[in-house]
Design a protein around this ligand. Structure first.
Ligand code: SAH
Length: 254
């Protein structure tokens, strides 16, 4: 009897050690890796972390748009990153999504969504789908979302994640964002999540009158967010915050 208890204890210890995430540096034991992603406690833990993210990273830094806050509270960010990173899905930083690309820091997603001043009836264009997280936030606050990704594998994965989560108002295509997506233009808002050296003219052309474009602009890894407003007779550009996005690529990769 004693021997079987000792055996059970030993086996549990081994299982626990195997289940420990290899990159546990930033935080202590976390449920999903150990209990399994679909376990009840795992889901609750993500929910708690998501609400903390909204309070401390987003609301405390000045984001006020209730619809953006509600979207950030709802969209399961951990579903957009792969297993080793799920534990860090709600941390205050970008994370790798493969192909040397990243999922944007939560605050930046909220900032760009609020700054674009999106209404429930709006049609929005996003350049740089990546994993599809920003697209999902836009899908919560706009009527239709069109998103372009230059890396076919990322576009395919984003499409799959978004459809699994039930988003029917978001379309993702593989293509070059410099050209925009002329078939669905004009757009009430355009959000660009890769940085060009200057604002692509095609995107300005595809923005509706009174529409807003939020775009990181600059060479290398240091850029500024430019908020571009198109009125009846002019284009107004305002530089807001410094950011660090991946550069916008010129050519379709194989
Ligand atoms: N919107 C994402 C962030 C994506 S990172 C999020 O929700 O977190 C930027 C993405 O832009 C990368 O996936 C990159 O492949 C893509 N990209 C870079 N150049 C592009 C281009 N010319 N057209 C479309 N997508 C591009």
């Amino acid at each position: 009897m004693n021997f079987s208890w000792a055996l059970i204890a030993l086996l549990s210890c081994c299982l626990l050690l195997i289940a420990l995430p290899s990159c546990a540096g930033e935080r202590s034991l976390h449920t999903p890796e150990i209990l399994g992603e679909n376990s009840h406690s795992g889901r609750d833990q993500f929910e708690i972390e998501r609400q903390e993210m909204v309070e401390y990273q987003i609301r405390d830094r000045g984001i006020q748009d209730q619809r953006v806050l509600a979207a950030m509270s709802k969209v399961p960010r951990h579903e957009f990153v792969e297993s080793p990173w799920k534990d860090f899905a709600y941390s205050d930083r970008p994370l790798p999504i493969g192909h040397q690309q990243t999922i944007s820091q939560p605050y930046i997603v909220a900032y760009m969504s609020e700054t674009a001043e999106i209404s429930p009836d709006d049609k929005v264009l996003e350049i740089g789908t990546g994993c599809g997280y920003q697209a999902a936030i836009l899908g919560e606050i706009a009527k239709e979302v069109y998103s372009i990704e230059i890396i076919p594998e990322l576009a395919a994965r984003a499409r799959q994640t978004l459809s699994q989560l039930g988003y029917e108002n978001i379309e993702v295509k593989t293509g070059d964002g410099y050209q925009g997506w002329v078939e669905h233009a004009p757009y009430d808002a355009i959000i660009v999540t890769a940085a060009p050296e200057k604002i692509p003219q095609a995107l300005i052309d595809q923005l509706a009158t009174n529409g807003k474009m939020v775009i990181p602009v600059g060479g290398g890894w240091h850029q500024d967010i430019i908020v571009l407003t198109k009125t009846e007779d002019r284009i107004i550009k305002e530089k807001t915050i410094p950011v660090r996005f991946v550069p916008m690529r010129r050519k379709l990769l194989k």
